[in-house]
Design a protein around this ligand. Structure first.
Ligand SMILES: [Zn+2]
Ligand SMILES: [Zn+2]
Length: 315
């Protein structure tokens, strides 16, 4: 009850998050210095919700979901812990960017805190940052306009600023469980392959400005699908269907399976992408002719898309 109240309060606040310095980067001394919230628990500077109050654990049952009836079925069916409204041309997804699951990055003392999992090997070690509530909104076009790109390996090079069609740094999409999606690019001087060792068991970590985010698959979104009855396992790569979220331009991010539980067919581009109707198991077309990417170890793509296929990213 308490969390529902505080969430709606937060949504009414003006969006104050600045994306200007929202690059990733959690492993360098510079990142530590830039951290606004490097102390102990969470969101010390914000006005209302979540974190330090520790009024109870934030879960898929307590997070609060509010989706307009006018939203396309794709959003109504799969997204939770967000508020979704629509305009004539867009779906506006608002989130507090707080994971509805446990994480080391909530900070000790928080109801959602758990110890960092060190059983994965000595290379895994926590970043100094902590997560915080970050109210933000993504305006995703209902009918995104293609940039008509043929996405090649030369474009998908993992280097920030090498291509004008890269997703912006910072928050670039939202997952089914309201967690933010980032592109796969680490800040200059950092390396995403090295940063992954700071991921918690949900394959996530907070940015220097405390935005908790995914760069890859996670059991978090799959827990939403399980709760909704679409899958029985939350292991990435092994679920009957795998959908993680949607990028700001309207590009859905899937795993090894399509939305109808079939395996992807045809040629995938250099970031695991292709365009076709995204259909549910009963054949209903949820998104027609939509470009999307598949994160799947078996097909070689490990991270979220780097190149923005559609023209607009508004956040
Ligand atoms: Zn990151
Ligand atoms: Zn596909």
């Amino acid at each position: 009850m308490r969390s529902t109240t505080t969430l709606s309060l937060a949504f009414s606040l003006s969006l104050t998050l600045s994306f200007a310095t929202a690059g990733c980067g959690t492993s360098t001394p510079a990142a530590v210095a830039a951290t606004t919230d490097s102390g102990t628990t969470t969101d010390s500077g914000t006005t209302t919700t979540d974190g330090g109050a520790a009024t109870g654990e934030l879960t898929l049952d307590t997070c609060g979901t509010n989706i307009a009836a006018t939203a396309p079925e794709f959003f109504k069916r799969f997204f939770r812990c967000v508020t979704i409204t629509t305009t004539t041309t867009s779906v506006v997804i608002s989130t507090n960017a707080l994971p509805p699951h446990r994480s080391y990055y909530y900070g000790s003392g928080h109801a959602n805190y758990e110890d960092f999992d060190t059983t994965r090997g000595a290379t895994y070690r926590p970043a100094p940052n902590r997560l915080a509530m970050k109210a933000m909104a993504f305006t995703v076009p209902i009918a995104p306009v293609s940039r008509n790109l043929t996405i090649t390996s030369a474009m998908v090079d993992g280097t920030v600023g090498s291509n004008t069609n890269e997703y912006p740094m910072g928050a670039a999409g939202v997952a089914l469980d309201s967690v933010v999606l980032y592109n796969p690019l680490a800040r200059p001087g950092d390396d995403i392959e090295a940063e992954k060792y700071t991921f918690d068991v949900y394959n996530a970590h907070p940015s220097p400005d405390s935005v908790y985010h995914y760069h890859t698959t996670s059991k978090g979104p799959l827990e939403v699908l399980k709760k909704l009855g679409f899958v029985t396992t939350t292991e990435p790569g092994g679920a009957a269907i795998e959908l993680y979220g949607i990028m700001c331009d309207g590009t859905p991010v899937l795993g090894c399976k399509e939305l109808d539980a079939t395996s992807p067919t045809g040629t995938l581009d250099a970031q695991g992408g292709h365009a076709h109707d995204l259909k549910s198991g009963d054949g209903t077309v949820l998104l027609a002719g939509r470009y999307h990417t598949h994160i799947c170890t078996a097909t070689g793509r490990k991270f979220t898309p780097e190149i923005q296929y559609y023209s607009s990213c508004t956040r």
